[in-house]
Design a protein around this ligand. Structure first.
Ligand code: S3P
Length: 173
């Protein structure tokens, strides 16, 4: 099977849906954030604090290159929300597998991420405005990176995972 790669904004459900989808397909689940945390032995928040965002983005690119070198088979891979922003990363994602964009409206995202302290880019005031501004920049880039997009608003993780499986089976003919 071609690896399935889930992209989308923070709170789109990449991790929750990815785990369910991997269970459905009986294949491993991988997550770039967790892999970078393990490799660095620090959490994302600390990496941002100590090294800054740009260094974190370099780690994401290096990880994708490593995955491509080693070959990635039979997995569902969820990637950090900002990873597809770099053009190089979008190229690498396309080479790695079928890229699925989980879309979510601003309201949905704000509801899902409110109170999350793990996400350095969403700390501070005016969450809704931040999300809106970032979505405006990122949405076209996510669309460029993905071959399929799936709406997640008002759906359960189970429904989304089933929808991805259907779309993915269709795409294989
Ligand atoms: C980020 C998303 C996070 C994590 C980091 C930066 C982003 O991942 O990689 O906090 O720029 O959108 P999730 O999308 O899994 O929360």
């Amino acid at each position: 099977m071609q690896p399935i790669i889930l992209i989308g904004y923070m709170g789109a459900g990449k991790t929750t849906v990815g785990k369910l989808l991997a269970e459905q397909l009986s294949c491993p689940f991988m997550d770039t954030d967790r892999m970078i945390e393990e490799q660095e032995n620090r959490n994302i928040r600390t990496i941002f604090e100590q090294d800054g965002e740009e260094k974190f983005r370099d780690m994401e690119t290096a990880l994708l290159e490593k995955l491509l070198d080693h070959g990635l088979a039979d997995v569902v891979l969820s990637v950090g929300g900002g990873l597809p922003i770099r053009e190089r990363n979008r190229e690498l994602l396309k080479k790695l597998g079928t890229v699925v964009y989980l879309t979510a409206l601003r309201e949905t995202i704000v509801e899902r991420v409110a109170g999350s302290e793990e996400r350095p880019l969403l700390q501070g005031q005016e969450l809704s405005k931040k999300v809106e501004q970032m979505l405006e920049i990122r949405d076209p880039l996510y669309r460029m990176a993905a071959s399929v997009s799936i709406k997640t608003d008002g759906k359960t993780a189970q429904e989304i995972a089933q929808e991805i499986e259907r779309v993915w089976l269709q795409s294989m003919g």
